[in-house]
Design a binder for this molecule. Structure first.
Ligand SMILES: [Zn+2]
Ligand SMILES: [Zn+2]
Length: 175
């Protein structure tokens, strides 16, 4: 029991230590599995837990020191975009729960209350969305970067994505 508490505490301490440490989710080039890597103590290569592919990791100084995502450690690319760190499942859950509750009120003829609840669910989604941090994503291999570094990448551009993904997939022989 005490051990569990101690472990929980040290997990929390580790978490606060992580402030200023850039976290990478490296995408396996073969099976697209997401592999978490800490930039500060990243190994020279990681092995995909799903398909066993060895993925060489080459961290730039900017990434290791959480200053800037300038070069992708997985594919070597230098093109990134920013997106909100949003889990669509959570957003959907809020809307579905809101719709269910408002359905009950609607059933009992309280349609104003029902619309109010639907509106609240949409509002909660908006607020949650607005408070989210940004995650930087590599155009080529879709690896993700989370840290305290300054976000300099532009928003997502479909045209750029098409070109760079094609180039990358040719390079690794998937097309
Ligand atoms: Zn894999
Ligand atoms: Zn990449």
């Amino acid at each position: 029991m005490a051990r569990v508490a101690a472990e929980a505490r040290s997990a929390r301490e580790r978490e606060s230590d992580n402030l200023g440490v850039l976290e990478i989710v490296a995408k396996c080039s073969q099976c697209d599995a997401g592999l978490p890597v800490r930039a500060a103590d990243a190994p020279a290569a990681i092995k995909c837990g799903r398909c066993g592919t060895e993925i060489p990791i080459s961290i730039s100084d900017g990434v290791r020191e959480d200053r800037a995502v300038d070069r992708c450690p997985v594919c070597g690319g230098g093109d990134f975009y920013i997106r909100k760190d949003f889990d669509p499942k959570i957003g959907l859950a809020v809307v579905v729960i809101g719709a269910l509750i408002s359905g009950v009120f609607y059933w009992f003829g309280k349609d104003l209350v029902a619309y109010g609840i639907l509106g609240c669910a949409a509002l909660i989604d908006l607020v949650v969305y607005g408070r989210l941090g940004d995650v930087t994503v590599c155009y080529r291999c879709h690896s993700e970067f989370r840290g305290a570094y300054r976000r300099t990448a532009p928003g997502f551009d479909l045209h750029t994505a098409d070109e760079l993904e094609l180039e990358y997939e040719r390079k690794i022989g998937r097309r």
